[in-house]
Ligand binder design. Structure first.
Ligand code: NAD
Length: 511
């Protein structure tokens, strides 16, 4: 892999956003780039006691911000969208350097931030409640939506900036303050994002706005800092994105203090290729969904059920595409597959491939491609594994580019296989048979939060409510009516008459 000085690149990007160079050194948290394994900064971390103080300050910010009318809160997010447009290239490049995404995906992630800002600006004028028919005469009953409090955000390494924005843009127009604990694997992009938010906030206040200090707080630290956020009584909602192991730890702790949880966790996503599928379209859809972001998306395609009648026309072509795809430096044009995030991800992939072989699978690809470099970067040839059945590692999420392929002959069997994992997040069917397509998205079809027809399972538009693993009860954040999770509902009854109806037969003397 070509050597460049990534730490200089990173320092330049952060300087362009106004982050003082001194912030990038002298700490204990090693920020690294998966592109070449080099260290791009040594960052200072926050202590648990400082975290508690920061959350208290965020609560004070909430008490002020909730009084600002919602459309005026939307103006701050409009400015955030503008700042993100201005700094899209810089932030997108930083995402590529720190998370290893190819250039178009790094930029695409920032575009998602811009899109959710646009969505949230419109939403700031649409936080509607219902007016409800009341059984009492001369009364009116309505529901109103109020700001909730501090919104805690915990994010994963593979969407280092978009996840914050999906939550923060909504939380802030809803009248909340936010406290963000990013992944310890991607702290630099979080520092850059906070700097961009601060620019928007400065412009907002210079134009006469009243946004309080500490409206958006960044906590650089490890999971112990995340735990302080999860346990703090002044945080009524935590939106946590990451592995199901993380969700299992966080969910019960929040439930223990009756706090709300939005849990966006792992996915073991499948697609069915039916006899009538357009195989050219399917090939492109499958290859991108399975290999994009080196298989490190929560919605990456991991299981493929191919009908007997098209198996031999599709799978050899897919294996060929896997063998020829360009793997390498994500900053270089033409690369489709960048590096794995670290050695842990590489070891996890090799372990899953060995288990698949032991379960009777035939493995194509999967080897490390830059072993001779001797460095701390991990590039792999994406792997296809032809499996005799859905067993062993096929039923787990391995966060790496492995696609398990299994034959089927009956549609209902394929549907049952699609649904036979606990981590149902996203799913697809490739078919031109209307009955199959409709059955797949119906109540007896896919049980995932995302069910697509003739498009792969990977990625999601911000307009829909994202997520929806069946393990965590469905999701969530971003579009549709997801905003309701960031607010509390009150039902108000107003009596505009002169009588006060009491229960039948109840009388008391008020003279
Ligand atoms: P991870 O679970 O290791 O870490 C995610 C975040 O949780 C980090 O910030 C980490 O510090 C924090 N954390 C871990 N344990 C915690 C605890 N006990 N209390 C509080 N915080 C804790 O995940 P990762 O390796 O960074 O990301 C990959 C995983 O995230 C995959 O499983 C992927 O599918 C999932 N993911 C899901 C979505 C989604 O929207 N459904 C999106 C992106 C990633």
């Amino acid at each position: 892999m070509a050597k460049t000085d990534l730490s200089k690149d990173v320092a330049g990007i952060l300087a362009s956003l106004g982050v003082p160079t001194a912030c990038l050194s002298g700490g204990t948290l090693k920020a690294r780039s998966p592109i070449d394994g080099s260290v791009i900064g040594m960052l200072k971390t926050i202590s648990p006691i400082e975290t508690t103080v920061a959350i208290d300050k965020a609560h004070a910010a909430f008490l002020e911000w909730r009084l600002v009318p919602a459309p005026k809160r939307g103006e701050l997010i409009r400015l955030l969208g503008e700042e993100l447009r201005t700094h899209k290239d810089a932030l997108g490049r930083l995402v590529s350097i720190e998370a290893g995404k190819i250039t178009s995906e790094g930029l695409g992630e920032v575009q998602e931030m811009i899109d959710i800002c646009d969505f949230a600006v419109g939403l700031s004028r649409q936080l509607y409640g219902l007016t409800i028919a009341t059984e009492r005469s001369e009364h009116r009953m309505m529901e109103t939506w109020h700001p909730l409090g501090v919104t805690g955000i915990i994010s994963a390494f593979n969407f280092p900036v978009a996840v914050w924005c999906w939550n923060a843009a909504l939380a802030i127009v809803c009248g909340n303050s936010t406290v963000w604990k990013p992944s310890e694997k991607t702290p630099m992009t979080a520092i850059a994002t906070q700097a961009i938010f601060d620019k928007a906030l400065k412009r907002y206040n210079e134009a006469g706005g009243a946004a309080p200090a500490n409206l958006s707080t960044l906590l650089i630290g490890d999971r112990a800092i995340g735990e302080v956020l999860v346990d703090h009584p002044k945080v009524p909602l935590v939106s946590a994105t990451g592995s199901t192991a993380m969700g299992r730890a966080v969910g019960p702790r929040l439930a223990g203090r009756f706090a709300r949880a939005i849990l966006e966790l792992g996915g073991n996503n499948a697609a069915i290729v039916a006899p009538t599928a357009d195989l050219d379209l399917t090939l492109r859809g499958v290859a991108f969904a399975a290999m994009g972001t080196a298989g490190q998306r929560c919605t990456s395609l991991r299981r493929l059920f191919v009908h007997d009648s098209v198996y031999d026309a599709l799978v050899p072509r897919l294996i060929k595409a896997y063998g020829s795809v360009t793997v390498g430096n994500p900053l270089e044009t033409g690369t489709l597959v960048g590096p794995l995030i670290d050695k842990g991800a590489f070891d996890g992939m090799q372990k899953a491939l060995a288990a698949a072989k032991a379960a009777g699978g035939t493995v194509h690809g999967g080897a490390r491609m830059n072993e001779s470099d001797g460095g701390d970067a991990y590039y792999v040839r994406p792997a296809i594994v032809e499996m005799p059945s859905q067993s062993g590692p096929v039923k787990e999420e391995t966060f790496a580019p492995i696609l398990y392929v299994i034959r089927y002959s009956d549609f209902n069997d394929a549907l049952a296989l699609n649904n036979d994992v606990p981590q149902g997040l996203s799913s697809s069917i490739f078919t031109n048979d209307l009955r199959e397509a409709e059955a797949f998205v119906s109540d007896r079809g896919s049980d995932c939060g995302i069910a697509n027809v003739n498009i792969g399972p990977s990625g999601a538009e911000i307009g829909g409510a994202f997520g929806g693993e069946k393990e965590t009860g469905g999701g969530r954040e971003s579009g549709s009516d997801a905003w309701k999770a960031y607010m509390r509902r009150a039902t108000n009854t107003v009596n505009f008459g002169r009588s006060l109806p009491l229960a039948q037969g109840v009388k008391f003397d008020v003279e």
